[in-house]
Design a protein around this ligand. Structure first.
Ligand SMILES: [Zn+2]
Length: 599
């Protein structure tokens, strides 16, 4: 028998998509001279699907890598290529969004390693779904984690719009000697201090890259913002100043509403600082904002107690001491808007999950009414690959009800609204990437760059920038396996079969039939092609959230302690079809009661 060949292969499972952001996931596999293979996975995110697809999110297919229990028969399907450890760079949906849904589908997640905030956020997110979180270990920059015999992963600090973002520097070994090095930056920025959390430390980053002599160093580089049009950063102080000025320009409007991406902590920090200057307090409206706040507190970050209002939204809106009210709410991307309009019509018992900004825009928010007193700070740039037409539409709905809208300019103008730069992207721009890579090339002259986290055009932009400074690049695609050896990247597993994803569909009620869908919803999981053509239904799962907890944001302490005490790897409770009808009825009755009370 031929001697096994030593090899390190990097495979992209998702994240380099033809037209949409998300689904970030890669696997690094190393085979030693005895033929033993070890694997680590980086991130497991969801992809934001277009509305027309009918699916609410899609996930990279991990069938090869995780064991799965068939929810109907209980049969266990063993993974062909089991992953030893899953490392998570940060808690954005496009990097962790598949975890909960894969658990619901019956997959067994490998042990996870993540930064403090990321780990706490995941635990709270599982708890909010009434689910047991997977096994997770907290790591921090500088930690070196040995996986099996021949893989070593070092966590490095990177800056991003969320705290505790990590990059991972992985070394594979052959007979005790470094064989290949792969730096996965995650999503990153290279400049400026972060208002919250740790910043990118270039000196330490370069030191990590050159500490060991390795035949090949590959750097996976976030390309989201490496477009020639991407502007220079204005920085935190200027962003606060511009936001404050926008509020003062509309001094007659006393209800300020700032829809954010709930996990863009650095952007929430801009609101917090602006509110401080205005001498007022912020109300956080939306489940995920509360989860972020709790995860921040659990992770040892400043909890903004002086600025965040404690109490109910009714109490806040009626508080006479606060002349300016400042609501930071979920929904920069208007989640739920199109589903609502197309599937339900105007009906306030809609089971469709929607962000609080969407509820306000549709006049469905139980407490906030949009009128001439309202100023909307649309600080999050509108990103078409994520929200399609819904972002602009939400702003127009606000304006039609009398609100003044000030927005951060995006790639194209929207509806003639006033534009003020109030926010920066969380990703390094072309100039910043170039400046960093000049120094990286000095540290490791043979470095090879693989552009990631962008569409093919953005990846080619990175390639162009690299060619200007003489850095080799390899533009990969999903499903390609790249062998990294002796100064080269060789495509050993070219994409041959059509790529498939798992996509989730929230089952919507038929507007012409008696309502038969439970409030908490039913989810169908499908295998789909890259164009979202359904191939087969994998399973259907009823949401495990308990109805009575819906809408209650004031039992955080209980949730936190529950999350802390959760046993690991307990089997998720399965729901059989028999109990479905009873549950539907209970949920519907409960909702009717809640509605009566709210009226
Ligand atoms: Zn991110």
């Amino acid at each position: 028998m031929a001697k096994p060949r030593v090899k390190t292969i990097l495979k992209f499972i998702g994240g380099i998509n033809k037209d949409r952001i998300g689904g970030n996931c890669s696997v690094l596999e190393h085979t030693d001279e005895t033929g033993k293979t070890e694997r680590v996975m980086f991130d497991l995110g969801s992809m934001f699907t277009p509305y027309e697809s009918g699916f609410t999110a899609a996930y990279p297919n991990v069938d090869e890598y995780f064991d799965r229990t068939d929810l109907k028969t209980g049969k266990i399907y063993k993974a062909l290529k089991p992953v030893n450890t899953l490392f998570i760079t940060h808690a954005h949906e496009d990097h962790i969004g598949a975890l909960i849904n894969y658990t619901k589908m019956g997959y067994t997640l490998p042990p996870i390693k993540a930064g403090a905030f990321t780990r706490n956020f995941i635990r709270l997110a599982f708890a909010a779904e009434g689910m047991i979180a997977p096994e997770m270990e907290k790591i921090k920059a500088g930690d070196i984690i040995r996986v099996g015999d021949n893989i070593e992963v070092e966590a490095v600090d990177v800056s991003h719009s969320i705290v505790d973002s990590l990059g991972f520097y992985t070394l594979t070994y052959n007979k005790g000697k470094p064989y290949a090095a792969i730096m996965n930056n995650g999503d990153f920025l290279t400049e400026e201090e972060m208002p919250v959390g740790k910043a990118f430390n270039k000196a330490r980053y370069l030191d990590t890259l050159k500490r060991k002599k390795v035949p090949t160093t590959v750097l996976c580089l976030d390309s989201t913002s490496t477009t020639p049009q991407s502007s220079e950063r204005i920085g935190f102080d200027k962003a606060v100043e511009n936001t404050y000025n926008a509020v003062m320009t509309h001094a007659d409007r006393n209800l300020i509403i700032s829809p954010v991406i709930s996990r863009s902590v650095q952007n929430i920090a801009i609101d917090v600082e602006t509110a401080r200057r205005l001498g007022t307090k912020i109300f956080l409206d939306g489940k995920w904002l509360q989860t972020v706040k709790n995860a921040m507190a659990l992770s040892g970050y400043e909890n903004f107690d002086d600025v965040i209002y404690k109490g109910t939204i009714q109490g806040y809106l009626n508080d006479k001491r606060l002349t300016k009210k400042y609501i930071v709410c979920t929904g920069a991307f208007a989640q739920g808007l199109e589903n609502y309009e197309y599937n339900v019509g105007i009906d306030d018992t809609s089971p469709i999950p929607m962000s609080s900004a969407t509820k306000m825009a549709l006049d469905l928010h139980p407490y906030v009414k949009i009128d001439k007193n309202v100023l909307i700070l649309a600080r999050q740039r509108i990103i078409e690959e994520i929200n399609g037409r819904t972002g602009p539409k939400m702003l127009q709905l606000f304006a039609s009800q009398g609100a003044a809208v000030v927005m951060t300019p995006g790639n194209r103008p929207v509806g003639g609204f006033e534009e003020v730069r109030m926010q920066d992207s969380g990703h390094a721009n072309a100039n910043a990437v170039k400046a960093l890579m000049i120094d990286v090339k000095k540290a490791v002259p043979d470095v090879i760059v693989i552009p990631i986290h962008g569409n093919p055009e953005q990846c080619r932009n990175t390639e162009e920038i690299m060619s200007e400074i003489g850095v080799k690049t390899y533009v990969a695609g999903n499903q390609e396996g790249l062998e990294i050896s002796h100064g080269k990247v060789i495509n050993v597993e070219p994409k041959v079969t059509p790529m498939t994803w798992y996509a989730v569909k929230s089952v919507m009620p038929n507007p012409f039939a008696e309502r038969e869908i439970p409030l908490e919803g039913m989810k169908e999981y499908w295998e789909v092609t890259e164009d979202y053509h359904p191939l087969q239904k994998i399973c259907e799962v009823q949401n495990t959230t308990k109805s009575k907890e819906r809408g209650k944001y004031n039992n955080h302490e209980k949730k936190i302690s529950q999350a802390e005490e959760m046993p690991y790897r307990e089997q998720m409770r399965k729901t059989s079809l028999k109990t479905k009808n009873k549950k539907i009825k209970t949920a519907y009755d409960l909702r009717k009661k809640m509605d009566k009370r709210n009226r």
